[in-house]
Design a binder for this molecule. Structure first.
Ligand code: DP6
Length: 365
């Protein structure tokens, strides 16, 4: 599919008003997206576990305007309160997607959004937030074009979410999502995420992700700035090649359930991501001393316990601890006894691999 395929032809239906609610999860990348081209096109393919507990719920209400507005008309509420500082991001998002959702200027929107995870936990809400918003807008478009089929609905939701935040395109469905053109993956695309077509080994069912909140503060360098620093980065081309190789290797690992190889790929990807940050110009470090303490403790425990605990990182200091369902008691005891001490205010979130976003039925008022 190409961009043009997401531009709708004239709508068959009209609606005066509408209200839709979607709950969309966050995701954690195994092979990382780091570096992008114009129009939110990734420099390399990536793959992630969709999460379950960390999610954003977004209600979109819309009312038809008497005549199309010159600018986007919307109010935004975050956890029940007006949130002016989120508005420019939504406005940019609307501008980017207007071509694909031509009804946007015909309505006034009220967007009410809230997160399941604590505010300022250092957990990126852009993936869950942008995917929930994209799905809500797609539900409204579906009311204007009821003939739209389900597979196109999800593809376009992922396509739109990508234009809000790259990693958001991987949050629409579960349990494993791949985004970005990859020669060895049929139907892979830079424009939206897909579910890999192979059968994933049962060891990855109910895989756990316990997120240790090491530093809840605002990041010094945003992901967007970090992505841009991959332009002209001395190691960029090698890194992009490596992501293609890791994605291919991970395919057999996910099929065979080879956890030792899984650990090697996932931890190497996490450290490579941070190595890219440390070797860009300007260089920066997002890990904190406690991030490294935790990594060393995980390595020592893995050696001693022969479990398959491993870590990954996103663009921050928090540590995601991944482990299979079969080892959950032993690993969770270790986390509580030895790692929680390194978390800010002892905070952590127990999450696991999830099925993707869900539409919630609006309460009748
Ligand atoms: C490190 O998706 O937040 O989490 O497209 O600029 O919104 P934008 O970036 P974003 O980048 C996430 C990068 C990452 C790795 C990943 O999720 O693949």
């Amino acid at each position: 599919m190409i961009e043009k395929d997401f531009i709708p032809s004239a709508y068959q239906h009209q609606i005066e008003e509408g209200k839709v609610t979607w709950k969309s999860p966050s995701n954690i990348a195994l092979v990382k997206y780091w570096g992008k081209k114009e129009n939110q096109i990734p420099s390399n393919p990536s793959i992630s576990f969709t999460l379950d507990a960390c999610a954003t719920t977004t209600i979109i209400s819309c009312k038809k305007l008497a005549k199309a507005a010159a600018t986007f008309s919307f109010d935004l509420f975050f956890e029940g309160k007006p949130k002016e500082d989120f508005k420019p991001k939504i406005n940019t998002f609307f501008k980017r997607i207007e071509k694909y959702l031509p009804f946007l200027k015909n309505y006034h929107f009220t967007i009410e959004t809230s997160n399941s995870f604590p505010h300022s936990s250092g957990i990126a809400s852009s993936a869950s937030g942008m995917s929930a918003l994209a799905l809500g807008l797609m539900s409204l478009e579906k009311q204007l074009n009821p003939a739209m089929d389900t597979s196109f609905f999800y593809k376009k939701a992922s396509f739109l979410a990508r234009l809000g935040s790259g990693s958001a395109c991987r949050s629409i469905q579960g349990t494993i999502m791949q985004w970005g053109h990859h020669a060895a993956t049929e139907n892979s695309s830079d424009l939206f995420a897909i579910k890999p077509s192979y059968k994933v080994h049962s060891v990855f069912k109910n895989y756990h992700d316990t997120i240790l909140l090491v530093d809840k503060g605002q990041k010094q360098v945003s992901s967007t700035v970090g992505h841009n620093l991959m332009h002209g980065h001395p190691f960029a081309e090698e890194r992009f090649k490596q992501a293609h190789k890791n994605l291919l290797a991970l395919k057999s690992v996910l099929e065979d359930g080879d956890l030792d190889s899984f650990i090697k790929i996932v931890e190497s990807e996490a450290l490579t991501l941070h190595a890219m940050m440390m070797t860009s110009m300007p260089y920066f470090i997002l890990m904190k001393p406690n991030t490294l303490e935790i990594i060393n403790k995980i390595w020592a425990f893995r050696e001693a316990s022969k479990t398959h605990i491993c870590f990954t990182l996103d663009a921050g200091a928090n540590v995601h601890i991944l482990y299979p369902e079969q080892e959950k008691e032993e690993v969770y005891q270790f986390i509580k006894n030895e790692l929680v001490a390194y978390c800010e205010n002892g905070q952590y979130i127990c999450d696991r691999i999830g099925l993707g976003a869900k539409q919630l039925i609006n309460k009748v008022e």
